[in-house]
Ligand binder design. Structure first.
Ligand SMILES: [Zn+2]
Length: 66
């Protein structure tokens, strides 16, 4: 089962959730506050405009020359 990353705008945390691919774009519930969390997609800003910079870069990283 693939793992998807979600971001809770309330708690400002990210968490991972294992879901079926058919469920991946359904809203995830934050385990901390119970509100809807947003799915993180690299290179995609959410419609709400509350997309925050994540402390660690998501899957797509620029290739470092080192
Ligand atoms: Zn939360």
């Amino acid at each position: 089962m693939p793992i998807y990353e979600y971001h809770c705008p309330k708690c400002k945390i990210e968490f991972e959730l294992k879901r079926h691919m058919s469920e991946y774009n359904q809203p995830a519930i934050c385990s901390q506050c119970g509100s809807k969390a947003q799915k993180l997609i690299s290179g995609f800003a959410s419609k709400t405009g509350s997309y925050l910079q994540s402390p660690k870069p998501p899957f797509r990283r620029a290739k470092a020359g080192q």
